[in-house]
Design a protein. Structure first.
Length: 132
């Protein structure tokens, strides 16, 4: 009888430990999610995304950008509005994906028209961080 009680107690302790570990891991991460729609014309536009107040120390980012242009334009993203990590030339229908390391609290997207005068750009972005 004592062995059965001991065995049940061990199982309860192990399951409790696993649950506590899972809850602590689940609550230690934060995902900032943003969706931005831009109507494009023949002027430069900048969109900025900052991590949520609950987040700290970003580690990675993923985004998907879809849209259409009636000509050519440039899309850049980076840490601030002057330092860009990547530049893509856009025209017609486009679909851009990025998934990689990211350590900045902000992400800037800058659109510069080349020959385009009309278009649409939709940014869906997730920044993965620690939780405060």
């Amino acid at each position: 009888k004592a062995a059965i009680i001991f065995g049940i107690s061990c199982i309860v302790l192990v399951l409790g430990g696993i649950l506590a570990l899972w809850l602590s891991l689940e609550n230690s991460f934060w995902i900032t999610k943003r969706s931005i729609d831009l109507t494009l014309d023949n002027t430069e536009q900048i969109a900025m995304i900052s991590i949520d107040e609950q987040a700290q120390h970003p580690t990675s980012m993923e985004f998907n950008i879809v849209g259409t242009l009636n000509g050519k334009g440039l899309l850049m993203f980076g840490w601030n509005d002057t330092t860009f990590y990547r530049t893509d030339t856009l025209s017609g229908n486009f679909d851009i994906h990025y998934n990689g390391d990211w350590y900045s609290d902000t992400t800037y997207f800058k659109y510069e028209p080349i020959s385009a005068t009309k278009g649409l750009l939709i940014i869906d972005c997730k920044i993965f961080s620690g939780r405060k």
